[in-house]
Design a protein around this ligand. Sequence first.
Ligand SMILES: [Fe+2]
Length: 419
Amino acid sequence: MFDNLHRWLIIRLALVWFVLSLVIGGLVHYLGNARLDSHVVNMAKAETASYSDEFAAYLRSPSVQALARFNHEIRAIIEKDNLIVVEFYDADSRKITEAIKPSARDVEEKLPKHDAGFSRKDGIVCNKLTLGNDTYLRVFVPIHNSTGAKIGYLEGIYHAPGEIITQIRRQTFWSLVLVVLIIFVTSLALYPLIIGLNRKLLDYSRILALTNIGMLKVLGSAIAKRDSDTNIHNYRVTLYSVRIGEKLGLTPAAMQGLIKGAFLHDVGKIAISDSILLKPGKLTAGEFEIMKTHVSHGVDIIGNYAWLGDAVEVVRCHHERFDGSGYLKGEAGTSIPLNARIFAVADVFDALTSRRPYKEPFGFHEAVGIVRDARGSHFDPAVVDRFLVHAEAFYGEICCEDEAALHGKLEECIGRYFR
Ligand SMILES: [Fe+2]
């Protein structure tokens, strides 16, 4: 179970690591790209601004000489910065002049052309373009006069410097690696923490199981003390039931219900008066009817406690018979739960082979013969057949042991099926 827990935890932590790496890594990648775009846009805007001031000055006093002077200035500037093309338009979108960096004429021809819509916009507009491994930005800057009216605009194509893009991309990559590593280390740190918490949970579960088992013993002993002053019958019927259940291949979960039910099968006798429960002679018909109610009293006593839920079927049906002639409901065949059918064989076989105030114990062969004769009437034939194969071994192990030895065997069973 613990190995399974390790595997379960490793798989889930690996999945969490993978999913978080994808989500947070994707976010880091997105933010890195946004930072790159923002950086490039800001640089492009800054460089374009120097042209817009010059152009605004020309538009305020246009003349042939001013245009020549303006052309001279922009062609000098464009050689030194990252803009490869600058075009200047008046308010009617008529191109007034342009400057193209001689080394970038080929690039300018390959870049897609813009539509006329940009000229109608009032704010600065940037449009990202890529050509091969290079990034370009087309920037539109409206030019306003002193009254705020738009008197022209300029279009610049900015070539983002490769070294800056590489630097930002490298920073984004290492941020990604760092994020993935942090998530991985966090997952590693969580691993022993979760294992430790699970160990504590298992410890608490064991304490809870021991508490429940202690309660089971107390309740079983309480009724045994009233009925016969000894636990030995409860121990024997529980052990016979366990041995039959093992030979029938019951699951550990079913075995738990069988052990609880066998130990508490007569718990309802607590509700039966001493005058009937301890009556030395034969019960009258009326008294027997009252005695039969110990079954429903038993179900009432344990039925509301969830941990004893799987014991109810034995308590409820331990006096039912396979042919339907038993009580309390007269259930028959396989409608009687298997645990109750197993217990019925164990209970009767122990009663036959035990000394009682009113009888001596039957010998093994005589008791086995009685059980065999009740095959199909009182008992489930399949349970009887499996019991008869191993009856001698069960009898040798259980019948003649004292209370302490039986208690030890019962503890061993509880250890195997409950812990
Ligand atoms: Fe009973």
